[in-house]
Design a protein around this ligand. Structure first.
Ligand SMILES: *Cc1c(COP(=O)(O)O)cnc(C)c1O
Length: 338
């Protein structure tokens, strides 16, 4: 698969490291767990959206856009990284935020709320949960056009086929690092939300005929709802790459049960995972994505899902700012449900 056919901006120098989590592996008495540090991607503090935006922003520039328009939840890492990319490129950026939990947007708040202000979003529109976000973004694009400007609409999470190419590139990077280091991964574990990350990885590994299963830990949906989304995303990505083979449905696996009570709301297993990674490995996880995804990995290891000598690769997808909006929760000082 030749990604060089697609225009791309570069926001990270080189590859993100893959580090062994020796203390965590020992504490769990289980497989060797490695961490792909996609929290060290560019557009500080970077995360998985950085990889997607390399392709999306290149496309925006190619069509002559002067403003990026995107949407997300109120603590959206995607919105913050899109805004950071816009700043880097000298573009404006408009954000539409969905208040999935009523009253949760605080313009004086911490974490990404603070970053939206600091990085200078042109507009921040907050809509109630369940609003038609695509329509709201289109209204911005239309009003920009009426002013003689040109908006480029990026879907939530940057998850379309073009954005998912960022995780096809990541799959290529992982295989190259695996080849260099001589470590063969038996499974890759990653958080699965708007599905571009999970879908891009599956598409990339399938396209390269690499037989490494990807296990997505749902951050907002159980498997019955999440897997069809990821399958469609991966299939669309393969089509964009010109791979015509049908993607077997069995290659898309997601695990539910770790995101409840609701997307972005904390639970006890997330708090345990955030504390374990901080105190065993000095790795900060975030409460909405990587904390719950790591709780899923820990849960699967404890349930005996993997052989003791297996090598697992967990992808750290970033999200650092929202950790600072959840300090009391992750320190265990605020009671949270199981
Ligand atoms: C957006 C996000 C995810 C989920 O990635 P998707 O491509 O939306 O599935 C995971 N982790 C972090 C930190 C994110 O910001």
């Amino acid at each position: 698969m030749d990604l060089s056919r697609f225009p791309r901006r570069r926001y990270t120098q080189g590859c993100t490291p893959i580090e062994p989590l020796a203390h965590l592996s020992r504490a769990l008495g289980g497989p060797d767990i490695y961490l792909k540090r996609d929290d060290m991607l560019g557009l500080f503090p970077g995360g998985n959206k950085t990889r997607k935006l390399e392709f999306l922003v290149a496309d925006a520039l190619a069509v002559g856009a002067d403003t990026l328009v995107t949407c997300g939840a109120v603590q959206s890492n995607h919105c913050r990284i899109t805004l950071a990319a816009a700043v880097k490129e000298g573009l404006k950026c408009r954000l539409v935020l969905e208040e999935r939990v009523a009253g949760s947007y605080d313009p004086h708040g911490n974490g990404n709320h603070f970053m939206f202000e600091l990085l200078g979003a042109e507009t921040i529109e907050v809509l109630p949960g369940g609003s038609d976000m695509a329509a709201a973004m289109q209204r911005h694009a239309d009003s920009l056009a009426a002013e003689g400007r040109k908006g480029y609409v990026i879907p939530g999470g940057g998850s379309n086929a073009l954005g998912a190419l960022g995780y096809v590139a990541c799959a290529q990077e992982i295989l190259a690092q695996s080849f260099e280091s001589g470590i063969r991964f038996d499974a890759i574990v990653v958080g699965s939300g708007s599905s571009g990350t999970h879908g891009g990885l599956v598409a990339g590994l399938f396209g390269m005929n690499a037989d490494i299963p990807v296990i997505g830990i749902g951050v907002s949906r159980d498997a019955a709802e999440q897997e069809p989304l990821v399958h469609a995303e991966a299939q669309a990505t393969l089509a964009l790459l010109g791979v015509r083979t049908e993607l077997p449905r069995s290659l898309v696996r997601s695990v539910g049960g770790y995101w409840q009570p609701k997307y972005s709301l904390p639970n006890r297993r997330m708090v345990e995972a955030v504390q374990m990674l901080a105190r065993l490995e000095a790795v900060p996880l975030d409460p909405t994505y990587t904390g719950k995804a790591m709780a899923g990995l820990i849960g699967l290891v404890r349930a005996g899902e993997f052989k003791r000598d297996a090598n697992l690769l967990f992808i750290h997808t970033g999200g650092l700012p929202s950790l600072f909006a959840a300090t009391e929760v992750v320190l265990g000082r605020t009671p949270v449900p199981d």
